[in-house]
Design a protein around this ligand. Sequence first.
Ligand SMILES: [Zn+2]
Length: 253
Amino acid sequence: MSQKTDTSLPTRLRPSPNHNERPEGCRIDTLILHYTGMTSAEAAIRRLCDPRAEVSAHYLVEEDGALHQLVPEARRAWHAGVSFWQGARDINDRSIGIEIVNPGHEFGYRAFPGAQIEVVVQLCLDICRRHGIRAERVLAHSDVAPARKEDPGELFPWDALARAGVGLWLEPEPISGGRFFQEGDSGQPVEALQSMLALFGYEVEIDGVYDTQTRLAVTAFQRHFRPERVDGVADMSTITTLHRLLQNRPAPG
Ligand SMILES: [Zn+2]
């Protein structure tokens, strides 16, 4: 096997057969972070390398920081599934996927160890630099598939990543009382909220009805950007944090 790793970080090769060609001329412009959601790292690696499972990721980071490359970056790995961001579908075409070992919500969700996050940070910095991936396109799996996925989840330290120069993040507006919107509501303020969510990138129909799709987008937003309370209710803290992120996001270029 003459395959080489794409990153200069200490990396073990664990080649997975689960990948295919990226579409012709498709540029890598997105980085998707996942948790494995399985009881052990080895079980996750086995599944990501099992041709019958038809799933994979480019990298996997164990809790002690051990880094594995499973799929070459030039190839299309199968990690995001049915997905959407800023008008584009099938995010696998244009993304690199990192699986971060954690049992996940199903098997005992727990904090991500510092040694693991340190390697995730270094890997993200390296990938974003080599591909010119913009901060606002470092995303959670739950951002691009809010109806199906909740990884890497509300314990993932997006704030620490941002301090190290990875991803877009602002200190969330504190939670307070005041007016809020939730599933079942409708009207102009709901339409305004949907417009902001859609402008940010989430798949939301702008129709003024706070439906399940809107609730799931709000939930995904909270999981990433206002993790203190993840309830799908658009309170003032959620709305203000979203508004400030939109204002602080660099203009598309
Ligand atoms: Zn995932």
